[in-house]
Ligand binder design. Structure first.
Ligand code: CLF
Ligand code: SF4
Length: 322
């Protein structure tokens, strides 16, 4: 099943949401001074010029992706990894150090290691960032489950860019990618969980776009599961107001450890197909939740953690906010 016969595409695409696209276009123009310099929100920028810091403050996740094993360690190059969790105050210190060491840093992002909207830590951190470094672009990455609920707060905090990870918009496909979703302490499984998550993600995008934020969607390409569904994902998220999409190759682990990652050719073809629908971001480094520096350049996480008195990571490696 690769199309959207049982999914949400029809409901969320087409002319019905043409007005939403107009709002998105206005937001894009209004925020073009931001997206022009944001290393992950435009297709043209040279990714090696602008820096970002990821503040690893989000302790928990409210869903379970089948390719994600969250952990705190210093050595792995894979999703869900940070060397240590920081409090909002420690994150502010990390940010200050990061700016001193790497003045090219223009973006303060929160991308994990759990979901930044599952608890209040990320919004508390953004409050401090906003008070002390109002000139920095605040960037949030989320699975979208609580996006609609937190949209006003994000807008009030002057967060301008949001990434929502959406790997399928058809619950019958999504069910192969997500194990469960937790809502108000209750676990949902199967189609019910996928349905709930997809609806939350799409309505969350609509809500933040309505409030003038610019949205990127991150989609993990999982061969044999969502490979032929990628264009439907792009059409649907573009229909509800997302501006740009990032197709990330699967890193096989956890319940999807048996699935081979997409080949370069498969990834290239997926990006080309999606590019006919909406702009594609191609410079993703699958950063860790505690990455510091310029995309693809030196990473300063280890040095900063040492100064924080935290166990420094051995490798300041990669982490994808899948
Ligand atoms: Fe960080 Fe993500 Fe903001 Fe970028 S990363 S929170 S949008 S500032 Fe960028 Fe890194 Fe890829 Fe993310 S290269 S993993 S897409
Ligand atoms: Fe949660 Fe992100 Fe891991 Fe999925 S990839 S389980 S959203 S932390």
């Amino acid at each position: 099943m690769e199309d959207n016969r049982h999914g949400t595409e029809g409901k969320h695409s087409g002319n019905k949401f043409a007005w939403r696209n107009k709002i998105r276009d206005v937001a894009e123009i209004k925020l073009s001074h931001i997206t022009r310099v944001h290393p992950c929100f435009n297709t043209a920028i040279h990714p090696h010029k602008i820096g970002r810091v990821h503040l690893p403050v989000a302790p928990e996740c409210n869903i379970q992706c089948n390719f994600c094993v969250r952990s705190f360690n210093k050595t792995e190059f894979r999703p869900g990894v940070a060397s240590s969790l920081l409090s909002p105050r420690e994150a502010l210190f990390m940010l200050q150090k990061a700016i001193q060491i790497c003045p090219e840093i223009a973006v303060a992002g929160i991308a994990g290691p759990g979901d930044p909207l599952a608890t209040g830590h990320a919004l508390g951190t953004f409050t401090l960032v906003h008070q002390h470094h109002p000139h920095l672009i605040k960037c949030l990455s989320t699975n979208g489950l609580k996006l609609k609920e937190k949209a006003k707060r994000l807008a009030d905090l002057n967060v301008k860019t949001v990434t929502v990870s959406i790997h399928a918009v058809n619950p019958r496909i999504a069910v192969k990618i997500y194990s469960h979703v937790r809502i108000n302490g209750k676990l949902l499984y199967g189609i019910e969980a996928s349905n709930h998550l997809i609806q939350a993600q799409l309505s969350g995008i609509e809500e933040v776009v309505k409030r003038g934020l610019v949205v990127k969607v991150n989609t993990v390409l999982v061969p044999g599961i969502n490979q032929k569904h990628i264009e439907t994902v792009a059409r649907t998220v573009h229909g509800v107001g997302a501006s740009i999409i990032n197709i990330i190759p699967l890193i096989p682990q956890h319940k999807l450890s048996h699935v081979p990652p997409p080949t370069c050719e498969q990834l290239k073809r997926a990006r080309e197909r999606v590019e006919r629908i909406m702009p594609v971001f191609r410079h993703c480094q699958r950063c860790r939740a505690d990455a510091v520096g310029i995309l693809g350049g030196d990473d300063f996480t280890k040095r900063i953690f040492k100064e924080l008195g935290k166990t420094p990571p051995i490798y300041a490696g990669n982490f994808s906010h899948g």
